[in-house]
Design a protein. Structure first.
Length: 245
């Protein structure tokens, strides 16, 4: 069984308009040590047709119904043969030479994970997100680039801490970050000027209400055994901030 240094996974469903942009950004950097997997959630439009235009450059295309985005991402992890895994879901894309920069950093520092700088698009503005501070995770969900496109993690770490918990439908990535924080793993990040990925606006979680986010994120904190009184304070603070805003 062939081994790869990096596995790149794209999860998509009914996004025929944006999928080509994502695929092209990946296959333009695809070398012999990079694997590319596309997980399609049984799209009902022409998404799969668009994906298959690039089948010579994609190592695995899987199209079947799933139980949400994190269920699909777990499928990708299951099939990935790379030492390092990153997700770039439909609509997002990587900048030129991104993989080269990330793999160089892993090789130099022997990190367990790396957060790459991403340009995060919102409805009205754009924010450059880089670095991470695990101390912030104790009281703030926005502690890092906080998006899969900028998050590179070794597969052996997934095996130690587990995959995405599918009972969390909005913020399962944050739950995984919490487990990573508790495991005392060693990570790094690219510099502010080294943009790795571009994150599209209008993702699944952005369509959910403030209350939906708050409820699930609070459940994640309690699931990870954070003190209930601290969680209550965080909830009250979030409500006050949202009210003022």
């Amino acid at each position: 069984m062939q081994k790869y240094l990096l596995s790149v996974i794209t999860v998509v469903k009914n996004d025929q308009r944006n999928i080509q942009k994502t695929i092209k950004s990946i296959i333009s950097q695809k070398k012999n040590n990079i694997e590319y997997i596309v997980i399609d959630g049984k799209s009902e439009d022409n998404t799969l047709k668009e994906v298959k235009k690039f089948k010579r450059n994609i190592d695995l295309i899987l199209s079947e119904k799933d139980d949400g985005i994190y269920s699909a991402m777990n499928k990708g992890i299951k099939f990935a043969k790379g030492e390092i895994i990153v997700f770039c879901n439909s609509g997002d894309f990587f900048y030129k030479n991104s993989f080269k920069k990330i793999l160089k950093l892993f090789k130099k520092e022997n990190f367990d994970f790396v957060f790459g700088t991403v340009l995060r698009n919102y409805t009205k503005n754009k924010i450059l997100k880089y670095g991470f501070d695990f101390d912030r995770i104790k009281y703030n969900f926005d502690f890092a680039t906080s998006h899969t496109t900028g998050f590179f993690l070794k597969k052996k770490i997934y095996k130690k801490i587990g995959n995405y918990n599918t009972k969390f439908k909005i913020s399962a990535d944050y739950d995984l970050y919490f487990r990573l924080y508790k495991g005392n793993f060693i990570g790094g990040y690219t510099s502010k000027k080294d943009k790795i990925g571009n994150v599209a606006s209008g993702g699944y979680s952005s369509k959910r209400t403030f209350l939906s986010h708050l409820v699930e994120e609070s459940k994640i904190r309690l699931h990870n055994k954070q003190n209930i009184f601290i969680v209550i304070l965080i909830i009250l603070n979030a409500i006050i901030k949202n009210f003022i805003k």
